[in-house]
Write a protein that binds this ligand. Structure first.
Ligand code: ARG
Length: 438
């Protein structure tokens, strides 16, 4: 059944029908679509546009469609233009002509806008819940692994940090990701139902009522805006992209750290795969897939930004392209959050390998320079002196703390017995990271 056709002399070509149909993907919105229709019908009866009998008949029909779909008794397939046509056709089959009153004072433009906002809001809440779970897993893993490790800049060993501190950097990033999404939910939380095609309706409807019924804070203020912007989807896609960028960096580190070259962590077998030819291989596929899927979510954002950029107000069919981008990104972000959570919760941290890397990396060179500064030398001079000491250490295969006092004295008379304590890795952690942060 078509929801239109009265003004056409010829029927649509099969090619056009397939090209125009969105059922294969907007079937995802069946629940939101029926929920929106339920609120709309209740409002129509409340405003005396439908009788209570008509309302009840339509409500029963809609509810039976919903439960049949959920129980698998009714498959969303067939020759329908979109999910809206599918629901309305099925309603007509079930309750007869009264079904034709459902669409009074509504357009598919506000209908789809309401469906999509409800869907985006629910998915965003689901992402937030999953972020919370991942955050607590990261915190737990960090607290249990408060071990010294090398901190890097330029992927060169720089100064000592702890595994806990390093991992908690991602906890902080995730907290901001969470705030961004919660804020986006707050901004999108307005109901477009009642905007109709673009200009509202002359029926005396109650948009406050439907907004409340659907759990929105309020109805939108402008009809054209309500049916034709998708900025909320773009905002969430941006937030998801930033979150994936964080995941991708963490994935990259897990891939590096789990290599034999680093050996800082072991990714559990549950989140690794093997090679079909090389029997010794254990590959960090979970982390690589997250890193790879980051590009996909960026692509979804770019795609919708580009779709939206030249569209005049109000609704245009270009906007049907919003759904697949958003569905794909939401699904990807959710699965990546779950996989990351599994990977972190089962991760083994190899304390000894990290400490061995600390010892080989002159990670107390900055502290050694600070020591000389405390004894009265200017920092720039201290920097040069320690640089010379590092060359000496490299030539002799020693760490700074392994030099004798006599050796140190050749570089500066300011070195004393207390230098060894000062440049001890744990002591510098206590004076730095541990003192300055909770
Ligand atoms: N499938 C359409 C979409 O997703 C529904 C709205 C159709 N509106 C219209 N005026 N043709 O955007």
């Amino acid at each position: 059944m078509k929801l239109w056709g009265g003004r056409f002399k010829k029927s649509e070509s099969k090619l056009m029908e397939d090209f125009n149909s969105s059922l294969s993907f907007d079937r995802t919105l069946y629940k939101e679509d029926i929920t929106g229709s339920i609120a709309h019908v209740k409002m129509l009866a409340k405003c005396n546009i439908l009788t209570n009998e008509e309302r009840d008949s339509i409500l029963n029909g809609l509810k039976s469609i919903l439960s049949d779909v959920e129980e698998g008794k009714l498959k969303i397939e067939g020759n329908y233009e979109d999910i809206h046509s599918f629901v309305e056709s099925n309603l007509l089959d079930r309750i007869g002509d009264v079904a034709k009153k459902l669409h009074t004072s509504r357009s598919r433009n506000d209908q789809v806008a309401v469906d999509f906002r409800l869907y985006a809001k629910n998915k965003a809440h689901e992402v937030v819940e999953n972020i919370d779970k991942l955050k607590s897993t990261i915190k737990e893993k960090a607290d249990k692994n408060d071990f010294i490790m090398p901190g890097y800049t330029h992927l060169q060993r720089a100064q000592v940090v702890t595994f806990k501190h390093h991992l908690m950097a991602y906890h902080n990033m995730l907290e901001r990701d969470r705030k961004r999404i919660v804020n986006a939910i707050d901004i999108l939380d307005e109901s477009p139902l009642g905007c109709c095609a673009l200009a509202g309706t002359t029926y005396d409807i109650d948009r406050e009522f439907t907004a409340k019924e659907l759990g929105f804070k309020k109805p939108v203020d402008n009809f054209l805006d309500g049916v034709s912007d998708r900025d909320y989807a773009l905002e969430l896609l941006s937030d998801f992209s930033i979150m994936m960028m964080h995941f991708s960096r963490l994935s990259e580190e897990l891939i590096l750290w789990s290599s034999k070259e680093f050996g800082f962590v072991t990714i559990d077998d549950e989140f690794s795969t093997g090679s079909s030819i090389m029997p010794q291989k254990k590959n960090p596929d979970a982390a690589e897939l997250i890193r790879g899927k980051t590009g996909r979510v960026y692509g979804d954002l770019m795609s919708l930004l580009t779709t939206m950029k030249g569209i005049p107000l109000a609704y245009n069919k270009d906007m049907q392209e919003d759904k697949e981008d958003f569905f794909d990104a939401a699904k990807t972000v959710l699965s990546c959050t779950k996989i990351m959570e599994g990977m972190i919760s089962t991760l083994k941290v190899n304390k000894d390998r990290m400490f061995a890397a600390v010892k080989k990396g002159f990670l107390n060179a900055t502290e050694a320079a600070d020591y000389l500064v405390n004894k009265g030398m200017a920092f720039r001079d201290a920097h040069r002196v320690i640089g010379e000491i590092v060359i000496y250490c490299e030539d002799n295969g020693k760490a700074i703390e392994e030099l004798s006092q006599e050796e140190l004295a050749k570089f500066s008379k300011l070195f004393d017995e207390d230098v060894y304590d000062f440049i001890d890795y744990n002591n510098s952690l206590n004076r730095g990271i541990k003192k300055n942060l909770k």
